[in-house]
Ligand binder design. Sequence first.
Ligand code: NAD
Ligand code: MG
Length: 396
Amino acid sequence: MRQPSKTASPIRLTVLGATGSVGQSTLDLIARTPDDFEIVALTAQCNADELATLAIRHRARVAVIGDDAHYQALKERLAGTGIIAMSGRDSLVAAAQIPVDCVMAAIVGVAGLAPTLAATQQGCRIALANKECLVSAGPMFMRAVRDHGATLLPVDSEHSGVLQALSAHSPDMLDKITITASGGPFRTWNVTRIAAANPEDALKHPNWVMGRKITIDSATLMNKGLELIEAQHLFGVTPDQLDVLVHPQSVIHALVSYKDGSVLAQMASPDMRTPIALALAWPQRMAAPTKPLDLAEIGALTFERPDETKFPALRIAKAAMRMGEGATTALNAANEVAVDAFLAKRLKFPHIAQIAEQTIESLLRGGSLKEPHNLETALALDQEARNQAQDHLAAL
Ligand code: NAD
Ligand code: MG
C-alpha cells in the first residue's frame, strides 16, 4: 500500500457516502494535500447537487447517486465535465469495485454492507466508518477481508485509538480493551426527563458533530453497544475483554490494558479528521488540522461507569453480542427502524431500546436467529428483523 508522500504516485481513493459527515471530513483532509490522492468515485444517496459539487471539486472519475430519482439531476449537473454519472444500488456496488488503493466506507447503516463488501473483494485498504457492516454481518465480513487480503482499518475514533494502543504488543498479553463514551446529551438527565426527550434534544451532541443516525445512537448509548460489537470483530477479542467507560470530555478514546498492569490510552481532541487521517495514511501518519490537545486548558479528565438502567440500549447490545447467531443483525436492523421512527416523531425515546429488545426476542422465539454466512442471508435476516420491528412499533 502506498503512503502519501510528495514523491510516490497518488493514492487512488473512492469515498462511499461522500456527502455525509465522515465523507466530508475525508474530503476536507484530501483537499489539504490534493497531490497525494486521486479521487476515483464518490457516492451519495439523495443529494445530487452536493455530490456533483464534490465530484467536480475533487476531479472524481465517477459519481454515483443511490436513489435513481436523482439521477437526472446529477447527470445534468455533471454534463460537460467528463465525470461519469451513475445511479442505483447496483451502481454503488460497481463503484466500490473500481480498482483503487483505498475505499472510505462511510455510508450509514446496513445500506453500506453490499458496497463495502464489494470493496473488500478487490483486496484493497478499507477505511471502515460504517460500523453497521460489522454489527450486521461481522463474521462473514471479516472472512471476506481475510479471503481477499484486504486491509481493514477502523475510522471510528475509539477503534482507531485501540489500534494505536495495541501496536507492537503480543496479543496473549492483552487483558482488556476499554472504549470511552461521552455519555451523550442525556448523561445528566433523569429517567423521567429522558422519557420525554424529543429528536431536537437528542440531536444536540455535547462533543461531536455527526450524522443524524449516529447522533441518536450516541444519545441512547446504542452507539457504544454497536462499537463493542465492532471491536469484538476488528480485534478478535471476547465480550469479557471489552468494556465501556463514560468520559464526558472525549479526550481519551480508548484504553488497552495489558496483563502486566500497564494501560495505554490514546488521546486527541474530538475531531474525526484525526482517525480518518490515520486510516488514510496507515501505517504512517499524515497531518490533520485537529485542534492541538491542551490538557492544561481542559484541566480535568473524569470517568464514570455507564448507567445501563438509564440507557438500556447498551445492556441490550451487550446481550446481543454475547448471544451472537444473528442477534446483532437483528439488533442493528431494529435500531435503524426505531431511530428513523423516533426522528419522524412516531415513537418516544425509550421505545428505541424497547423495539430493539422485542425484535431480538421475537426472532429468537420464532427460531429465525442464525449467523448470516453471506450477503444474501445477512440482508434476508435484516429484512425479517425490520418487519418484526415495524410490527412492534405498530403495537406500541
Ligand atoms: P451521514 O448521515 O452524515 O452520511 C451518510 C452518507 O451515506 C451520506 O453520504 C448519504 O448520502 C449516504 N447514504 C445514506 N443512506 C444511504 C443508502 N441507503 N445508500 C447509499 N448511501 C446512503 O453519516 P455519518 O455520520 O457520516 O456516518 C457514516 C458512518 O460512519 C456511520 O456508519 C457511522 O456510524 C460511522 N461513524 C460516523 C462518525 C461521525 O463522526 N460522523 C464517527 C464514527 C463512525
Ligand atoms: Mg465512535
